[in-house]
Write a protein that binds this ligand. Structure first.
Ligand code: URA
Length: 242
């Protein structure tokens, strides 16, 4: 079920002549307004090249994944509302800025999503983090909720939902249903993701048009085992056990 040819583009800053910029495969675009794809910068493409490489060993996989996760968290936070906030600098001048005023929490979809928790903690000190475990039911082959532990007051919080790979979208859809059943409004959910399949991202974005998706890359498609292609293999295995 793979989709159109992967788009290639010259990567590098705008001022540099096209002939001096190398060509690379960049993210496919999606027409859905609620899906935000990180700018396809040379750094991001280089980081993705590292983690996609089957020869990259676990220590490097973790290091480079963490750098992308940091970019996702920083971009995700840009989608939370801020209010005007004026301060006085040490030289007695005012600066009119903004500050974030709401409460947030992270929710990781186990196991791979847990790999994104540290990146969130690095940006949001002492952030609360809930967990959801969804696995494929052997009998029905549909996703099944096995476990969840979420902050009591989650309905008052902005929720950053964490899962690095969005393949069919089955787990992410179920996770959003769990959050909604605890009273979290759809438009208070932000889904942070490293690599999405076009069909998974489109399906998710259509089911939950008010959930914002921030992803680093929309890939080409899925193989017959529902692995993302070209993808990077099994994220959890490569981050935790390989
Ligand atoms: N989960 C992964 O870890 N990799 C994929 O390609 C799809 C789902």
């Amino acid at each position: 079920s793979s989709t159109p040819d992967a788009p290639t583009r010259n990567v590098g800053p705008e001022y540099r002549p096209e002939t001096e910029k190398p060509t690379a495969t960049v993210s496919s675009e999606l027409s859905h307004q609620n899906v935000h794809i990180l700018p396809q910068t040379p750094q991001l493409i280089a980081l993705l090249t590292k983690i996609r490489d089957g020869n990259t060993q676990r220590a490097d996989f973790i290091f480079y994944s963490n750098r992308i996760i940091r970019l996702l968290v920083e971009e995700g936070l840009n989608h939370l509302p801020v209010v005007e906030h004026t301060i006085t600098t040490p030289v007695g001048r005012t600066y009119s800025g903004v500050k974030f005023e709401g409460k947030i929490c992270g929710v990781s979809i186990m196991r791979a999503g847990e790999a994104m928790e540290q990146g969130l903690r690095d940006c949001c000190r002492s952030v609360r983090i809930g967990k959801i475990l969804i696995q494929r039911d052997e009998e029905t082959s549909k996703p099944k909720l096995f476990y969840d532990k979420l902050p009591e007051d989650i309905s008052d919080r902005w929720v950053l939902l964490l899962d690095p790979m969005l393949a069919t979208g089955g787990s992410a859809l179920m996770a959003v249903e769990v959050l909604k059943s605890r009273g979290v409004p759809e438009d208070h959910i932000l889904f942070l993701n490293l690599i999405a399949s076009p069909q998974g991202a489109a399906n998710f974005a259509e089911q939950f048009p008010k959930v914002r998706v921030v992803t680093a890359f929309v890939d080409q498609g899925l193989d017959d085992k529902n692995y993302i292609i070209p993808g990077l293999g099994d994220f959890g295995d490569r981050f935790y056990t390989m």
